[in-house]
Write a protein that binds this ligand. Sequence first.
Ligand code: ATP
Ligand code: MG
Length: 232
Amino acid sequence: MIRLRKNVSAASYAGRIAANVTSVSDHFEGLARSLLSNMDGDGGSVVGKAVGVASLESRAGASTIAAHLAAAAAADGRDQIALVDAHLARPSVSSRFRQARSAGFAEWLEGVIEMEDCLICVAPQNLSVIGAGLKPRVRGVFQEETLGPILGRLRGRFDLTVFDLPPADGPTAADGLSRMLDGILLVIEAERVRRETAVRTVRKLREQGVHILGAVLNKRPDHIPDWLYRRI
Ligand SMILES: Nc1ncnc2c1ncn2[C@@H]1O[C@H](COP(=O)(O)OP(=O)(O)OP(=O)(O)O)[C@@H](O)[C@H]1O
Ligand SMILES: [Mg+2]
């Protein structure tokens, strides 16, 4: 499990991450490399990976972590990375990357535009984002028959696609999409979610066929000094 402390700036990323949070950028880079690694070399997959980031409860930091992960994966310039805003009810990718809202994932799901119409290249050059769209419908949009071809396009074009997902336990949870991904990363806000709730949600997701890659314990407050924390 990755633990991220409360003082990580949401806007900072890879090269811009301040020196005092280097260990956090290391975590993201390590995670990105491990996600990308089994696509390289002998026997590696010829199609790109697709993973999701979902919080257990709203505002835990899923969008922040998804953006950092995508940016860290793109940082060395070798791989083509996409970040897709699949939290249609509360989008954030476009504004985070300072893009005006335009037709995006919702319209692609509806079949009125194609991938090329909603891909936006941001910095670094090998990172593309797809915003949530203009007027997204939030229910009943993640149908397998629609998602299959969409995931196929993304996997064919990108080495890694990161989906910024709605909360896994909420009314707009993207169960259908999560099931079709290679896995999801759960973001849990420290001292907010009860252990039993987390265990129950993980069990439910697994029963639904969602592969859980791991969890990020986000916004952990510093009750004890860092040097001591590392020893326990
Ligand atoms: N490690 C962190 N330290 C400090 N603030 C954080 C951290 N992670 C996220 N935040 C802040 O918490 C707020 C919620 O973050 P974010 O939008 O990423 O959460 P979310 O789970 O995607 O929320 P939503 O349910 O709206 O999709 C933002 O203001 C963000 O800047
Ligand atoms: Mg979000």
